[in-house]
Design a protein around this ligand. Structure first.
Ligand code: ADP
Ligand code: MG
Length: 339
C-alpha cells in the first residue's frame, strides 16, 4: 500500500507561507515590493497594532487586470518572468510568484484594484486562500491590499511572534529600507491612525534621510561617490564620531534592492580602522549599482542576500574609497587648528 501522498494546494501554500511570511513585517515587505514592481510613484502603508490585525498597502501602480485577479493568488504565478534565462536580467523585486499565494493562505485578505484597461475596478476577498467574494467597485487606478487576521489559521506561527514592540521594530525597519531604497517614490507610513513619516518622492536621497531620521542624523553623514565602467557607488557613511552600538543603521542597496551583507559591513568598518571606537559601528547608507549579470539574487527565498561575481574587486574598491574619504575628512579639522 502506498503511504506517500500529494499534498493539497491549501496545505502546500500554508507550508510555503511559513518560509516567506514569517511575521507581519514580511507581509509589509512583499506587498510594498509588489507596489514598487507595479511602477507606483506613491505608496501608503497603514498598520494597526503590530500588523497582525491590520495591514494596508495602497499604490498608484499599474493595477491587476480583471482577468488576472484570481490567477495572481495561485502559487508560482507571476507577470515578471517567464523562463529561467529571465533571471539573468531581472529588474523587478519579485519573480517567484509566491507572495500573494502565501499571504492569502494565512490571512483574510481583500484586494481592490484597477488598471488603465479596465473601466471599473475589482474587489476580491480571500479567506485562507479561498475566494469568498468578488465584485466590481469604483476605484482609482492602482491597487490596495488589506491583510487582516494574519496567521488566524496557523496558530503555531502566531504563537511564535515576538512582543508587540519587537514586531513593530521589524515593520519599521523594513519600511525604512524600502523608503531609503526608493527616493523617487513617495511613501506615507501610518500607524494606529498617526502619520509616522512621509517622503516626498523627489529622488533626493538626503530628503529621505531627513524625513526618516531627522536633521542631526543627516548632518553627521559624509557623502560617498564612486564610479567606474561597471560599478557605481553612492550614499553616505558617518563621521567617525557619529557611531552606533550595533549595525542597525547600516543599509546596503544593490540595484535599489536592499541586501544584508556582513562582508560589506566589515569591509567598510575595516577602512575606518582605528578611527572607530571599539564595539561601535558606523552608519552606512550605501547604494551600489552593478550590471544585473554581475550578481546572483536567486540564492535565498527572501532575497536579502546577493552574491557578487567579482566580490574581491568590489570590496577593494569600497575599502579604498572609504579610506580616502575618511583621510580627507581628517585633514579638515587639522587645517582649522593651524589657521
Ligand atoms: P511576484 O511578485 O513574485 O510576481 P506575487 O505573488 O507577489 O508574485 O504577485 C503575483 C502577481 O500579481 C505579480 O506578478 C503581479 O502581476 C501581480 N501583482 C501583485 N501585486 C500587485 C500590485 N500591487 N500592483 C499590480 N500588480 C500586482
Ligand atoms: Mg511579489
Amino acid at each position: 500500500m502506498s503511504r506517500i501522498k500529494i499534498l493539497d494546494e491549501s496545505t502546500i501554500n500554508k507550508i510555503a507561507a511559513g518560509e516567506i511570511i514569517e511575521r507581519p513585517a514580511s507581509v509589509v515587505k512583499e506587498l510594498v515590493e509588489n507596489s514598487i514592481d507595479a511602477g507606483a510613484t506613491s505608496i501608503t502603508i497603514e498598520i494597526k497594532g503590530y500588523g497582525k490585525d491590520y495591514i494596508r498597502v495602497t499604490d498608484n501602480g499599474v493595477g491587476i487586470e480583471s482577468d488576472d485577479l484570481e490567477i495572481a493568488f495561485m502559487r508560482h504565478t507571476t507577470s515578471k518572468i517567464s523562463k529561467i534565462e529571465d533571471l539573468e536580467k531581472i529588474k523587478s523585486l519579485g519573480f517567484r510568484g509566491e507572495a500573494l499565494a502565501s499571504i492569502s493562505a494565512v490571512s483574510q485578505l481583500k484586494v481592490i484594484t484597477k488598471t488603465d484597461n479596465n473601466l471599473i475596478g475589482n474587489q476580491i476577498v480571500l479567506h485562507g486562500g479561498r475566494v469568498i467574494s468578488r465584485k466590481e467597485v469604483g476605484c482609482p487606478k492602482g491597487t490596495t491590499v488589506i491583510v487582516t487576521n494574519l496567521f488566524y489559521n496557523t496558530p503555531v506561527r502566531a504563537k511564535f511572534l515576538k512582543s508587540e514592540s519587537k514586531e513593530t521594530l521589524k515593520i519599521n525597519d523594513i519600511i525604512y529600507k524600502l523608503a531609503l531604497s526608493n527616493p523617487n517614490i513617495s511613501f506615507k507610513y501610518i500607524k494606529d491612525n498617526k502619520v509616522i513619516f512621509r517622503t516626498r518622492g523627489n529622488g533626493n536621497d538626503e530628503d529621505v534621510i531627513y524625513n526618516l531620521f531627522g536633521r542631526n542624523f543627516l548632518s553627521s553623514l559624509i557623502r560617498i561617490n564612486y564610479k567606474d565602467n561597471n560599478f557605481l557607488m553612492k550614499g553616505f557613511i558617518s563621521e567617525p564620531s557619529f557611531t552606533r552600538g550595533n549595525r542597525s543603521h547600516q543599509y546596503f542597496f544593490v540595484n535599489n534592492r536592499y541586501i544584508k551583507s556582513n562582508l560589506l559591513s566589515k569591509t567598510i568598518e575595516s577602512a575606518y580602522g582605528t578611527l572607530l571606537p571599539s564595539s561601535r559601528f558606523p552608519v552606512i547608507i550605501l547604494y551600489l549599482f552593478v550590471p544585473p549579470y554581475e550578481i546572483d539574487v536567486n540564492i535565498h527565498p527572501t532575497k536579502t542576500e546577493v552574491r557578487f561575481k567579482n566580490e574581491k574587486e568590489i570590496c577593494s574598491t569600497i575599502y579604498d574609497t572609504v579610506k580616502k574619504l575618511l583621510k580627507k575628512e581628517d585633514i579638515i579639522p587639522q587645517m582649522n587648528i593651524t589657521n
